[in-house]
Design a protein around this ligand. Structure first.
Ligand SMILES: Nc1ncnc2c1ncn2[C@@H]1O[C@H](COP(=O)(O)OP(=O)(O)OP(=O)(O)O)[C@@H](O)[C@H]1O
Length: 326
């Protein structure tokens, strides 16, 4: 049964101690908790890497369970302009500060969506209430934050989470939820979500609606081709049946709307599955070549030409290592 609530929220770490990895950041933030003092903070990094989570965990640890009364959460994209932000901060700054901590906290998400002028106004607001409030600004792109704000805040850079961190978190959630899973499915989830923990958890939750979390369920959720279809294409190519493999490729692109990058990633994954009884040397050559194709596609080369070239290489190497065309 599908839960009513999003697992990404249900399993959002409450305290700094529960945050997975991001060790340097957590250590620095814990220091603020210990000192009950901190500068304005700027959290920058890709989506789903724990910026909001870390900010909430920090205020939780600073103020305790009732932290919400000392926190003003704003979203720079939702709020209508800087005036609204300014008024809300003014109102908030007026209320009493918690006894043990000499300031309250304003968390402003998506600060990089503000215009440069709005950021200038924000900076003045930050200065005006600096006696009683601290700002935590979160953004995806540091380059969009004006220098005067960057120089007045302590910067924390968030990076995509590592594979083992994402997978262990997904395993933890599966255990808590009592859902069966195939470990390979978790590999696929990581590969397609690139260290974005929110996305990984969302895909996991959607796939769990199929019962056991299998690769097929994940592929269905993602609207990706089934591994079997990619495998058929690779097998045809390795057998030297280049034209058949190529028409399979075109049908994958047309029927599933897959990008070149998606297909290369799936072929790469497939080459490492146990399905293929192929000599190690061939696997090495294939991996090397697939890596090159992926690079060229990312650099902007034509998908279809690169993928056809990949199949041609598979066909040539297949014939050399596995024998004549059948
Ligand atoms: N380091 C982490 N440890 C455990 N869970 C995490 C971690 N980072 C993210 N998550 C999970 O991913 C969800 C999204 O994270 P969060 O809202 O902190 O992302 P964000 O970096 O603020 O993203 P955005 O830029 O989209 O706002 C959280 O609810 C939590 O479940």
């Amino acid at each position: 049964m599908m839960d009513e609530i999003l697992w990404a929220e249900k399993y959002r770490p409450r305290s700094l101690d529960d945050i997975v990895n991001q060790r340097d950041i957590v250590e620095r933030l814990k220091h603020f908790v210990k000192e009950k003092n901190m500068p304005h903070l700027l959290f920058a990094g890709p989506p789903g890497t724990g910026k909001t989570t870390s900010a909430l965990a920090l205020v939780h640890d600073l103020y305790g369970e009732n932290y919400e009364q000392y926190l003003l959460e704003l979203n720079a994209s939702d709020e209508r302009g800087i005036d609204v932000i300014r008024n809300k901060v003014k109102e908030f700054a007026r209320t009493v500060t918690p006894g043990s901590v000499p300031f309250k906290t304003v968390l402003l998400d998506e600060a990089d969506n503000m215009t440069a002028d709005a950021q200038q106004a924000l900076r003045r607001t930050m200065e005006l209430y600096t006696e009683t409030t601290r700002f935590i600004l979160a953004c995806n792109y540091l380059s969009k934050i004006i220098d005067p704000i960057q120089s007045r805040t302590a910067l924390f850079r968030f990076y995509p989470l590592k594979k083992e961190d994402v997978i262990s978190r997904l395993e933890f959630i599966m255990k808590q939820e009592g859902v069966q899973y195939d470990p390979k499915a978790l590999d696929v989830i990581y590969d397609v979500t690139n260290g974005d923990m929110r996305k990984a958890i969302n895909v996991l939750q959607a796939a769990s609606a199929y019962g056991k979390v299998t690769q097929e369920a994940v592929f269905k959720v993602l609207g990706l081709a089934q591994p079997k279809e990619v495998r058929d294409m690779v097998k045809l190519a390795l057998q030297g049946r280049f034209m058949d493999a190529r028409s399979k490729l075109l049908s994958l692109i047309i029927n599933y709307g897959l990008s070149g990058e998606d297909i290369v990633k799936q072929v790469h994954r497939d080459i490492f599955s146990n399905e293929y009884q192929i000599p190690e040397e061939l696997r090495v050559l294939l991996t090397d070549y697939i890596g090159e194709v992926e690079f060229r596609i990312i650099e902007g080369a034509d998908d279809e030409i690169q993928l056809s070239a990949m199949l041609a290489k598979l066909a040539l190497l297949g014939q050399k290592y596995l024998g004549e065309k059948k």
